[in-house]
Write a protein that binds this ligand. Structure first.
Ligand code: PDD
Length: 286
């Protein structure tokens, strides 16, 4: 069934939605994005995603396509019109186009392009993948240096997922200078002796909206957190590990580079954090 999508001020059937071939998102990956999850037909942490979108736009000196209130209204209308109970809303803003290809940015009065669409994902919360846990491989992190900006330069993360798939795993963790940065599309953690370890925020990783919420909830649950660099070897010796993202919430990790963690099933802390996160987020959803 055709979805209703949003493109530059219009709600359209997906097959009628069009963007210029000169759009800089298409030609230069000159675009930023957000993925907001939907549970019980409501948006999870819309505010966090709106704030990060504004930050990404500011860092790239890109104009805001509309106000936060308008953005919320568009999200809600797409969720409603497409009957999404569990799923995602994808939002992309690009620097637009002035009708030709040029490395130089177009003039400041060129309007940005904005596209939103929904993805229907029944069973997102009660996910079989989360019950099984993810197998991870580690690969070199060769991405650019501003991973704190949520750009659509996703070729290497896509290649990372494909490398994992070919190796019979589910995802990849990226390693730079001997330390894990993050997953291809999630933040990375391990747990040892009850302490949750994750890399501190910097330009090296995306400042995950789920990361922020999960660390707050973990602290509220009296769990100890250490934000520091860590290696794959350290994570392999951990009691358990997990990742966080808006599209998979808290995902237990059961294997890293062929080494099973604990008894090779989702760990108790990851499982508990997933439950707390889903409960709390549903209560706060709008
Ligand atoms: N990815 N790190 C990277 C590289 C990511 O792409 C993502 C999100 C995260 C987690 O951020 P958040 O908790 O705000 O979703 C960390 C999204 C879900 C995606 O690309 O589909």
């Amino acid at each position: 069934m055709s979805r209703t999508v949003y493109v530059n001020g219009e709600y359209l059937p997906e097959e009628d939605a069009k963007i210029s071939i000169f759009d800089r998102g298409f030609l230069m990956a000159d675009a930023v994005y957000e993925v907001t999850s939907v549970l019980d037909g409501k948006l999870i942490d819309f505010e966090g995603h709106a704030v990060r979108l504004k930050r990404s736009l500011d860092e790239l000196e890109m104009a805001e396509p509309c106000s936060k209130d308008e953005l919320l209204a568009i999200h809600r209308k797409l969720v409603e019109d497409n009957g999404i109970v569990e799923g995602l809303v994808y939002l992309q803003v690009s620097r637009g186009s002035d009708g030709d290809r040029d490395f130089v940015f177009p003039s400041e009065d060129t309007p940005p392009s904005i596209v939103l669409f929904t993805q229907n994902k029944p069973g997102l919360a009660d996910s079989p993948a989360a019950k099984k846990g993810a197998k991870i491989i580690s690969i070199e992190d060769i991405r650019w240096g501003r991973r704190d900006i949520k750009t659509v330069q996703l070729l290497y993360p896509s290649m990372g997922k494909m490398m994992a798939k070919k190796a019979g795993a589910d995802d990849a963790w990226l390693v730079e200078d001997g330390y894990v940065t993050e997953g291809t599309s999630n933040n990375a953690y391990f747990v040892k002796d009850g302490v949750i370890v994750t890399r501190p925020l910097s330009n090296d990783i995306l400042h995950g909206i789920t990361r922020k919420a999960v660390l707050r909830m973990a602290a509220e649950a009296q769990l100890k957190i250490e934000e520091r660099l860590f290696t794959v070897e350290e994570a392999q010796c951990a009691d358990e590990a997990f990742t966080t993202s808006a599209s998979a919430f808290v995902m237990p990790v059961v294997e890293i580079d062929g080494v099973a963690l604990g008894d090779g099933t989702p760990g108790p802390i990851a499982t508990r954090l997933r439950e707390i996160y889903l409960d709390e987020s549903k209560k706060a959803a709008i």
